[in-house]
Every structure is written in C-alpha cells, then in structure tokens.
Write a protein that binds this ligand. Structure first.
Ligand code: SF4
Ligand code: SF4
Ligand code: F3S
Length: 263
C-alpha cells in the first residue's frame, strides 16, 4: 500500500444526505488523513474539495481526460429524474453517465447509491433509482448501509490498491469480505436470543440487562453487514450494542419495511 501510486478518485454526491461522506471521514483503521493524503487522490468531492465551481468541475474533467480507465468513481446518493437535481448546469444523471464512462469501477457507497435508499420510499415522488439501474457498462461495487461503516468503505479502496482488482462480490454485487454474514451471526446479544431471553419493551428489566432485541423489531437475523464484527467509531459500538434494534439499513427496501420497532 505504501508504495502504490495514489489512485485518482472522483466522488459524486447525487441525491443524498452527506451521511456517507460523514461516515467515511471518521474511518480509524486506516485513518482518514492517511487514506486522503497517501492512498487516493481525491480530485472531486462536494464535501472535501478545497476548490469549488468551475475549478472543481475542471478537475473532474481533467481526471476523465488524463486517466481514462484508471480512476475510481465513488457515488453517494441516488439518481432522480433530471429536474430534481442539477449541479454545474447539468443534471446529476448526466454527470453520472459522463463520469462513469471512463471509470475503472464505480463504488456505490451507501444504501441510496446501492439500492435507491430512503428517497425511493413509496410512492417515490422523484423516481429515485440505484446507480446500477442507470449505469450499464462499468463494474459496480455496492457498499450498502445508511451510512456504510467507515472501515468497510476504506477497506474496499484498500483492496483495490493492494490487489489491483475488484474484491470478490456476492450475487448482489457486495464485497463478500464485509457482507457474507448477518448481523445476527456475530451479535453480542446472540446468547440471549439462543436462550429465549428477549426485551419485551424498551423500558423493561430485560432492556436494562441487555437481552435480545428481536421482539422489539430487530432486523439483525435478515441483515447482511459487518456491524457486529467491525463496530462503529473505530470499533467502539454499533446500534444493537447501544440498545437500538437493527433496522436493516444495509438491506434493499429497508425504508419500506417498517415500522422499524414493532415487527
Ligand atoms: Fe444519507 Fe443513508 Fe443515503 Fe448515505 S445511504 S446518503 S447516509 S440517506
Ligand atoms: Fe439477533 Fe437482533 Fe437478537 Fe442480536 S439483538 S441476537 S441481531 S435478533
Ligand atoms: Fe444498520 Fe443494522 Fe448495522 S441498522 S448500522 S445494519 S446494526
């Protein structure tokens, strides 16, 4: 990794909440400054680019011209009908298609880019779509989560740099290394599930002890993500450890599968 040339990255934010970018900059292993200063060359980002306006648009075009087939396109957010999101005089969809054409691969960061996300919730007034529903000929790696775990995001980039190839993907296009197990499989409350000890309401004795959250809506048994192994904020905790049932935020259609806490 230390000797690898920094890889150019264009990071487009389509219809999003910036939560994925916010998650990314909190990566601890590797640290965000190491990723940004030593591993990648982030040439375009609404959140992190120092330049703005024409200068940053020129930077995006320069990467496309000078590094065809060699840059990574990161996409955060989903794709809407053209009238709902315009950046620099072009619809976000047009910019996505233009930038995707010469990309080595697209990383669809977050459940919005991977599946459509919350903005796609019924009745989907903006006709929001996932990246793979719009882009056809560029390889896409889905890294779902709302947002994804920071170290999963940087882990996918580290794989590129280490092996010069896409990580192994499952049948839905997610890296197997991070999405092959359910949250339930490694959950810290699993022993209580196996023993039939459940939280019945959020203020009962079982909640105080830390019993299993299945009966108050936990979606861990049907959710594929690394939260229980990697945890958040540099490995400190994750929703279930903190007392909140998993809402399945990395799964397709999680936004329409509510109410989240009363299954
Ligand atoms: Fe925000 Fe979640 Fe969409 Fe990321 S996946 S942009 S955190 S709504
Ligand atoms: Fe499974 Fe959720 Fe219970 Fe953990 S809290 S054991 S993920 S049902
Ligand atoms: Fe999301 Fe469930 Fe992890 S809600 S953050 S997949 S524990």
């Amino acid at each position: 990794l230390e000797t690898h040339e920094r890889i150019p990255v264009i990071w487009l934010q389509l219809m999003d909440c910036t939560g994925c970018s916010e998650s990314f900059i909190r990566t601890a292993h590797p640290a965000a400054d190491h990723v940004l200063l030593d591993l990648i060359s982030l040439e375009y980002s609404e959140l992190l680019s120092a330049a703005s306006g024409e200068r940053v648009e020129d930077a995006r075009k320069a990467v496309m011209e000078n590094y065809p087939g060699e840059y990574i396109l990161v996409v955060e957010g989903n794709v809407t009908e053209d009238e709902f999101l315009t950046v620099a005089g072009h619809s976000a969809r047009e910019t996505l298609l233009e930038t995707a054409e010469g990309a080595m691969a697209i990383i669809a960061y977050g459940s919005c880019a991977s599946w459509g996300g919350i903005a796609k919730a019924s009745p989907n007034p903006t006709n929001a779509k996932a990246v793979h529903e719009v882009v056809e000929n560029t390889p896409i790696i889905k890294v779902p989560g709302c947002p994804p775990i920071a170290e999963v995001m940087t882990g996918v980039i580290a794989h590129f740099l280490t092996f010069d190839e896409l990580p192994e993907l499952d049948n839905q296009g997610r890296p197997k290394a991070f999405y092959n197990l359910r949250v339930h499989d490694k959950c810290n409350r699993r022993a209580y599930f196996d023993s039939g000890l459940f939280v019945e309401s959020f203020d009962d004795e079982g909640a105080k002890i830390g019993y299993c959250l299945y009966k108050v809506g936990c979606a861990g048994p049907t959710t594929y993500n690394s939260c229980a192994e990697m945890r958040w904020n540099g490995g400190v905790s994750y929703p279930i450890q903190s007392g909140n049932p998993c809402i399945g935020c990395s799964e397709n259609h999680f936004w329409d599968n509510g109410p989240f806490f009363t299954r």
